[in-house]
Design a protein around this ligand. Structure first.
Ligand code: TYD
Length: 138
């Protein structure tokens, strides 16, 4: 996997004078079936999150409210994204190191995930992640 496999995905947006509406249908707007949803909120200024990779998990990260930055790395290249549109998500492929930061006040980060929470799917140590990438492990 490389950071080229990660991309911004535009979600449907229905503007209305009463407010905008976006929606996501499993397997239709995103390239995986959603098994889990979680969200980050009450995030203190200067907080950093992430700093891990997943062995097999696919995710879509959506800034439901506010903005934050996410830096993706595949062990060779890095790319930083500013997420600030609730109708646009960032698809994060497996074996991609991600770091989230610069959260705006009151921001909410929604994550759609392709599997249940499994601690054994994580690389939380960067050197261990790099070794796995170099050995071509998934
Ligand atoms: P972690 O993945 O480290 O959060 P982040 O990537 O945002 O920094 O998870 C923080 C804690 O929450 C950790 O103890 C595992 C737990 N957790 C769950 O129990 N279920 C979940 O779906 C997630 C994402 C985390």
């Amino acid at each position: 996997m490389s950071i080229i496999d990660c991309k911004l995905i535009d979600l449907p947006k229905i503007p209305d004078r009463r407010g905008s509406l976006s929606f996501i249908e499993a397997g239709k707007h995103i390239p995986f079936i959603i098994k889990r949803v979680y969200y980050l909120y009450d995030i203190p200024a200067e907080s950093d999150r992430g700093a891990h990779s997943h062995k097999t998990l696919q995710q879509l990260v959506i800034p439901l409210s506010g903005s934050f930055e996410i830096t993706l790395g595949d062990g060779f290249n890095k790319q930083k994204y500013l997420l600030n549109k609730p109708y646009q998500g960032l698809y994060v492929a497996p074996m991609i190191w991600r770091e989230l930061g610069n959260f705006s006040s009151g921001s909410v980060c929604l994550v759609l995930a392709s599997d249940f929470y499994k601690e054994e799917d994580y690389y939380r140590d960067y050197d261990e992640f790099l070794t796995a990438v170099q050995m071509g492990k998934i």
